[in-house]
Design a protein around this ligand. Sequence first.
Ligand SMILES: [Zn+2]
Length: 299
Amino acid sequence: MPSDPLVAQHVLEFPGGYTRTTGPVIGRFLSELRARRLVGVRTAEGRVLVPPLEYDPATGEAVTGEYVEVGPAGTVTTWAWVDEPLPGHPLDRPFAWALIRLDGADTDLVHALDPGNPKALRQGMRVWPVWREQPKGHITDLSHFVPEVTQIVSDVRAEYRLQAGGALRVFLEGVERGVLLGGRCERCAKVYVPYRAACPECGSALPDTFEVPDTGTITTFAINNLPDPRAPQVPFVSAYILLDGTDIPMIALVGDVPAHEVRQGMRVRAVWVPESERTASMANIRWFAPTGEPDVELS
Ligand SMILES: [Zn+2]
């Protein structure tokens, strides 16, 4: 009759702590570690061993006893990925055992590396130590390594005041009164809004301004998924709107319509803020809203 193999589970551990002496060299290394410094020892040939050893493994000669501060940053030489950390491992999340060449060292230190994203791991990656809060003179005083900071996320906010020049001032003063002022080039007959002093196409000076309608047609548009303080909601639509009788579209928000219903050729009209709130700024136009007229065929 077949019998199951006999299996006995053994665990070898020293629950009370296993005390051993470190010897002078490793003792120095661990003492420096407790002070959050990484040191190596110089060999007779001038190489720096990290962690320090009593004898140069290459020659068998005793080391010089000269301790050299290295790191704290280093470069990853190679690594082994640990998908499921075991109870005794330094980290409780996936990490890498890495060979790290600390700056100034000639040998590699094995230690845990938390790259954040395993895809970020690569040879030559620059890493920095993370120290344990309560050092106790153990290799775990150096908790693990993490990648060098290569980018930061910061909020960006630019506030600026536009000093309107002659033509723009004329245009914005019109906007304050609730009218859009354009200019016509006498040479190429194009109508520009906002009004400007010279024709951008032929350079001719534009004579007087005249009022253009606040109705127009959407020529192109973009659906934006990032919030904008001027926009009614997210997503919102910004569009090029060709005002009636003009030749150059102006950019504006489109509102009072779901973003997915906005289309090229859609007829729109400016939605102005109440007269009492108007200033000499484009904020007077909240956005352009559909008029309900049939779409226009764009040429
Ligand atoms: Zn012109």
